[in-house]
Write a protein that binds this ligand. Structure first.
Ligand SMILES: [Zn+2]
Length: 468
């Protein structure tokens, strides 16, 4: 078989896919009574490339020669034969792959091996590289190759009895065997199975499937189960540090140093690990506490609560909400969108019209605020030129006696709404701005609101009537 790790087509093919024999496993099934088998595993590790013999057209038989020696620890000449046998098998070449088991018995041992005949096959050279992470602690692993046709037969590429993965500096895993055959029209399956025994035995497997080609390279990613270390295990000899992969950012390095410092003197109890939700007193998660957590550190504005809790018709509440968000169509906003707009404020004809100007800065509005606040005997001053309406609103309400605060709040909303309506009349109906008429309208509308159900406002008006 030609070596074909080239760009497809670069090398001329001299031979098509052919029948091959693949040795899957080799096992010492029994040994003579007087001998003692020193190993746990009766299976041999088939090391080296372990290339498959090709069955030629001229020869359909294959001869296996097996020499097993008992090594002397001191002198090679003292090695003893455990098995020495040579067998010839006739393989009937067909278009179908099939597996065989052979058994050979010698004076001292009984050997079993499994072989697969793979029809019209090519040979894959397999390499595995660690591209991320590290082998999980305390996990055994088996890397193996197989084909879809001989589903229950696997070529062992590497068997890890402990968690020591043989890896070179560039992350390449040193496989004990790295060649497997596959039918050109079949599927090559490379798998990694892990068995982790931490608190419980966990067995996982990931499989990558390759479509065989006559030449070229294919690659796929296999995921290795990562055992969930307990905090206790992670702290042993600071093994958690080795789980950090990749180049950490400056922020990650800072966090690493902080974590290192905190963990330095950490003492764990024997209690099992458990998750703790830090935002509730009983450490139990609740969606309510999660929602509240979202607002940690947020600056609350009293105006939102005032807006929705004060009595006002919905359209007024909506207007005040938009005004606080600066979402009303003032000249300044129209200008930002490139829409036709008035050059100056229609109420004072002096300044650019912004929402803040209309509600707080405009001399016209300031006069209105002054009139309204004087009417209700408020000790609060009108909103300032620099100030924000939403910020002024809440403290202004708090200057009122407690029982009059709801009414005061409603009246402030009504005044803001009145100024806006007055502005709209000036813009759209060419009405002349008038402090007197607007103040009159506000007082009239306040009575309407009180009649419509604004109890706070009603109380405020009664107090004003009493005071005369
Ligand atoms: Zn103005």
């Amino acid at each position: 078989m030609p070596y074909t790790d080239d760009v497809a087509g670069a090398r001329r093919w001299t031979k098509g896919p052919t029948g091959t024999l693949q040795i899957f496993s080799f096992k010492v099934a029994a040994i003579a009574e007087e001998l003692r088998w020193p190993l746990h595993d009766p299976y041999f590790t088939l090391a080296g490339p372990t290339r498959a013999p090709v069955l030629s057209d001229a020869n359909d038989s294959v001869r296996f020669e097996v020499v097993l020696k008992v090594k002397s620890s001191t002198n090679e000449s003292e090695d003893k034969d455990l098995s020495y046998l040579a067998r010839k098998y006739r393989i009937f070449k067909t278009n179908h792959s099939r597996g065989f088991s052979f058994v050979s018995t010698s004076k001292l041992s009984k050997l079993e091996w499994t072989v697969g005949y793979l029809a019209k096959s090519v040979e894959a050279t397999i390499s595995v590289q660690v591209i991320h992470g590290s082998w999980p602690h305390g996990c055994r692993g088996i890397f193996s190759a197989g084909t879809i046709s001989l589903d229950d037969m696997q070529v062992s590429l590497l068997s890890l009895e402990d968690d020591k993965l043989p890896v070179t500096a560039d992350g390449m895993i040193t496989l004990s065997r790295h060649v497997a055959c596959v039918e050109i029209e079949g599927e090559l399956r490379i798998s990694v199975a892990t068995e982790c025994a931490n608190d419980e035995q966990v067995t996982t497997k990931d499989v990558a499937i390759f479509a065989p080609r006559k030449a070229g390279r294919s690659s796929a990613i296999l995921k290795v189960y990562s055992s969930k270390n307990t905090v206790q295990q992670a702290l042993v000899e600071r093994s958690w540090i080795s789980d950090i992969v990749g180049a950490p950012s400056a922020l990650a390095l800072c966090q690493y140093v902080q974590l290192c410092t905190r963990l330095r003197d950490a003492q764990l109890s024997t209690e099992p690990d458990r998750l703790i939700w830090r935002w509730t007193t009983d450490s139990q998660y609740s969606s309510r506490s999660c929602y509240d957590t979202l607002f940690q550190g947020a600056v609350t504005s009293g105006s939102w609560e005032l807006n929705w809790k004060s009595w006002a018709p919905p359209r007024v509440k909506f207007f005040v909400w938009l005004a606080c968000l600066d979402r009303c169509w003032t000249s300044e906003r129209l200008a930002r969108r490139g829409l036709p707009h008035a050059a100056r404020c229609p109420l004072c004809d002096q300044f650019e019209e912004t929402m803040a100007h209309i509600l707080t800065g405009c001399p016209f509005s300031k006069t209105i605020w002054y009139e309204v606040l004087s009417w209700i005997r408020s000790t609060s001053g009108p909103p300032t030129v620099e100030g924000d309406f939403a910020e002024w609103w809440s403290p202004a309400v708090r200057t009122a006696p407690r029982q009059l605060r709801k009414g005061t709040s409603s009246l402030i909303m009504l005044t803001a709404w009145g100024i806006w309506k007055h502005r709209n009349a000036a813009v759209f109906d060419n009405a002349r701005p008038s402090v007197a008429s607007l103040f009159q309208d506000i007082r009239a509308e306040a009575r309407q609101w009180a009649d419509a159900g604004a109890r706070g406002l009603r109380q405020l008006l009664l107090k004003l009537a009493f005071l005369g």
